[in-house]
Design a protein. Structure first.
Length: 258
């Protein structure tokens, strides 16, 4: 018996995996949280599939050499996803995507990929704008050096950072970043509360490897303000680029908004 030849370009039928959107996700090699949180958020959304690849963590995005290294690794990761027919590709890393101007990294990725692309840092800014946030408190797992870099990025893109506070991870070197995913969720919640300032319009919890998802609804109820995480912002932007408009439960106001 012979099978019917596969027809290039055939549309995926409803009911098949990824029939509405296939999203390619690039994360740092140590990251174990981004994919897990996305799968939790997407478990009741029919037709969207996520396909993950990994690459080196990049922290130097300001120098010419650092930017070149980042783009070389992104090109390789994007190449590994292209054969699977992604409709959108996302770079799920906050520190590695703190690149200005705001759309420069995603524009470069789109040139490589030939499909719309998202990146975490720019997605955080776009999500904050969509929710009407002008002043934000930012909770991170990072050390002071990286916090300063993130605050500068956010402020250069129109967000006033009224407070930014980290847990100090990374101060002893990049080998510490694997510890971020091991921070207990209760500690993430307490850290966010201690970072909050009442003059803020909302909160950003930064880092795609920081386990934040189960804290978002409780924080929003406690603060009465929107809470955006790196993972909810990147997923929100990726779904927008894919033309998927369904609301998602469990990700706070950002993903529940029409």
């Amino acid at each position: 018996m012979t099978s019917e030849p596969r027809q290039p370009g055939r549309a995926r039928a409803p009911g098949s995996y990824g029939w509405a959107a296939r999203i390619g996700l690039i994360v740092p090699s140590t990251n174990t949280v981004n994919e897990a949180e996305w799968q939790l958020l997407l478990r009741e959304l029919d037709g969207v599939s996520v396909h993950v690849t990994r690459m080196t963590l990049h922290l130097d995005t300001s120098s010419v050499e650092g930017r070149a290294a980042l783009e070389a690794d992104l090109a390789a990761a994007i190449g590994s996803l292209q054969a699977a027919g992604m409709g959108v590709i996302a770079y799920g890393c906050t520190a590695g995507s703190l690149v200005s101007p705001l759309d420069s990294l995603t524009d470069r990725m789109q040139h490589m990929a030939g499909v719309p692309c998202a990146a975490t840092a720019s997605a955080l800014v776009l999500a904050a704008r969509a929710l009407g946030l002008g002043k934000v408190a930012v909770a991170t797992p990072y050390c002071e050096r990286l916090n300063r870099h993130e605050a500068q990025f956010l402020q250069s893109n129109g967000l006033e950072v009224v407070n930014i506070r980290g847990l100090g991870i990374g101060a002893g070197g990049p080998q510490e970043y694997a510890e971020i995913s091991r921070v207990p969720e209760s500690e993430v919640f307490d850290h966010a509360l201690s970072t909050w300032r009442d003059e803020a319009d909302g909160m950003i919890i930064s880092c795609t490897d920081f386990p934040t998802l189960r804290s978002i609804a409780a924080l929003e109820e406690r603060l009465g303000k929107p809470v955006i995480s790196s993972n909810t912002a990147t997923l929100w932007q990726s779904l927008r680029l894919a033309g998927v408009s369904q609301r998602l439960a469990g990700g706070g106001r950002l993903l529940a908004a029409p």
